[in-house]
Design a binder for this molecule. Structure first.
Ligand SMILES: [Zn+2]
Length: 137
């Protein structure tokens, strides 16, 4: 997918309570492939990331991690989902979230956090994505 990172327009989204705590919901209709939001935060090298730890570290590459724990990073409210309607694209060392299907206003947004995150943080509590068939065992 090609896009100009300077031209991305932030979409309308809303934070709401869910069974999993909080979630991010569409506050407009989306078409497949629409830009939703950027995952932003402090840029850390490997050593800094290891020291910080936590659930909001997003590794871009081996020596570059974004720490998205700040509440200003609205994207951190997007939950993992085993049948995701969004996906992540890394471009120019930034993290962008796009829709992977049409989404109606009011639907919760979710993307696949990946196997490692799932095993470490989600599996111990049980995945609350609502799917019958979870991505990872
Ligand atoms: Zn699940």
């Amino acid at each position: 997918m090609k896009f100009d990172t300077e031209k991305l327009k932030k979409a309308k989204v809303k934070i709401r309570k869910t069974k999993a705590g909080f979630g991010l919901f569409a506050d407009q209709d989306f078409k497949k492939g629409d830009f939703v939001i950027e995952y932003v935060g402090k840029r850390l090298n490997r050593e800094e990331a290891d020291n910080v730890g936590g659930m909001y570290l997003f590794e871009i590459r081996d020596s570059l991690t974004i720490d998205g724990k700040d509440r200003k990073n609205i994207a951190r409210y997007i939950n993992h989902n085993c049948r995701p309607n969004c996906e992540v694209e890394i471009k120019k060392e930034r993290i962008f979230i796009f829709t992977k299907k049409d989404i109606k206003k009011g639907e919760e947004l979710g993307y696949d956090y990946g196997k490692d995150f799932f095993k470490e943080f989600i599996k111990p509590k049980g995945c609350k994505c609502g799917s019958d068939n979870h991505l990872y065992k």
